[in-house]
Design a protein. Structure first.
Length: 392
């Protein structure tokens, strides 16, 4: 066993030297930076549980960012319970061991490796916070101020204790109940009640945090400039993923472009613009953008003008909220244009990428940034009424 512990310590020392040689900045080390090691190794150990927890937490897309920890906790507990009771690692004292000295040595070596990883990671964090005291609390207390590493440290402590208990039981020759029930009825009821209480507490905490976030957002909105509206086509249907621009009235074209606030409509055609500047603006949909196959519309200015001269000027003041009427776009007809791409020897190339630039918009590349391919009938669909420059 001393040789095993010495080998583990030597491996950790070699790993630290390797990282010191190859790391010149944060996230520059490979295979990973030392500060990421505990989370990386624990995620690797708990990989099945972490994957299940991530799938569950992804169902609630608007959940707080730490919600995956709340879901991961019972998943990891269940995963280790399954391993300890079905694969017999001695974590719950189940099963008989024919080579208990070998098992005890291996489990102790694993606990020593995890303990070394915990101590080394804590020392790395302490050294970082002592070197950069302004990044958190000064001195050794700086580690406590960085809560991002806390879950990894807690799981390391839990695993170290579990490995120690398992090694103690195996070393004493405990065989466990190989033919009995894994848990009594009282234990199962207690576990079920504990899980229910945990879920209730997590739900209450998440709802409380969401309410706090909603209040903070409402307070922020009261001090912000918010412009809301909707974009529809000539049939009254919402137009999604179309760009809406809030453009300042400036003579400097470059400054005007830099200070333009851009947003895209959602699936319902709604948009929300937040400007950090005040002044005089106009609002446009697809501002100076050519019509494309996916969005066959011409530029439209609020409220309903084809050019900027007839656009309404919006006076934006601090904390002003505007709800604008819907902007109606006129859908252009699409026509099928025959295309044929071949090599210099006459061999056709059906997999060619095709780009079409509208000659009325020389400042833009391919219309809508679209890459087109010819269809089965040898054509591509383009908005009618324009001249195009094609590139294959």
């Amino acid at each position: 066993m001393p040789l095993i512990l010495g080998g583990v310590a030597l491996a950790l020392m070699a790993w630290g030297i390797y990282v010191d040689w190859h790391c010149i900045g944060y996230d520059a080390g490979r295979p990973f930076w030392p500060c990421e090691a505990p989370s990386f190794i624990l995620a690797l150990i708990n990989a099945p549980s972490v994957v299940v927890a991530q799938v569950i937490s992804n169902i609630w897309t608007a959940a707080p960012r730490y919600f995956n920890y709340a879901v991961g906790f019972p998943c990891i507990l269940f995963g280790w319970w399954f391993v300890g009771t079905r694969f017999d690692f001695g974590l719950l004292g189940v099963g008989a061991y024919k080579r208990r000295w070998t098992w005890a040595t291996l489990i102790i070596a694993g606990a020593a490796a995890l303990l070394g990883l915990l101590a080394w990671s804590l020392w790395q964090d302490i050294a970082f916070h002592r070197r950069f005291p302004n990044s958190a609390e000064r001195g050794y207390l700086g580690v406590l101020g960085d809560l991002r590493s806390l879950p990894a440290y807690l799981w390391l402590i839990v695993l170290i204790v579990a490995f120690g208990v398992a090694a103690f039981r195996v070393f004493r020759g405990q065989t466990g109940q190989t033919h009995g029930r894994l848990a009594s009825a009282r234990t199962r009821r207690g576990a079920a009640l504990g899980l229910i209480a945990y879920c209730v507490c997590v739900a209450g905490a998440c709802l409380h945090v969401r309410e706090l976030e909603r209040r903070k957002q409402a307070e922020y909105d009261l001090r912000s400039v918010i412009i809301k509206g909707k974009v529809v086509d000539d049939r009254g249907l919402p137009v999604s993923a179309v760009e809406v621009d809030l453009v300042p009235l400036l003579e400097d074209i470059d400054a005007q472009s830099r200070q333009t606030v851009k947003e895209w409509t959602d699936k319902n055609g709604d948009y929300t613009l937040r400007s950090e500047r005040t002044g005089r603006f106009f609002l446009a949909v697809l501002w100076n953008a050519p019509p494309s196959t996916k969005l066959p519309f011409l530029t439209r200015y609020y409220p309903d003008a084809p050019d900027q001269r007839h656009a309404e000027t919006l006076e934006i003041t601090a904390a002003r909220h505007l709800s604008l009427t819907s902007i109606r776009l006129h859908r252009l007809q699409l026509v099928k244009v025959p295309v044929s791409v071949s090599w210099s020897n006459g061999k056709p190339e059906p997999a060619a990428y095709l780009f079409f630039a509208n000659t009325l918009f020389p400042g833009h590349g391919a219309i809508g940034d679209e890459t087109l391919h010819e269809s089965d009938d040898g054509t591509v669909s383009l908005p009618a009424g324009f001249d195009y420059r094609a590139t294959a």
